[in-house]
Write a protein of this length. Sequence first.
Length: 70
Amino acid sequence: MTPSDLNKPAELTLWSSRNPAHTAKGRHFSTLRAALVAAVEAMDAGEAQPWIITDAGDVLAPNWIASHRL
């Protein structure tokens, strides 16, 4: 992943921390940077486990997101 990837589209999926594992909400973001901000906010609220799929097809797991906070 390169710094320019932060300006490319990304898809954020939030898996609920409270509901059964099959419950998820997906959102498209115009930039990976915006998706990361939303993912960190959800993690900090304790409501979800976020997963992000980048425009290049990379899958960013919750542990990766937590360790690469913006």
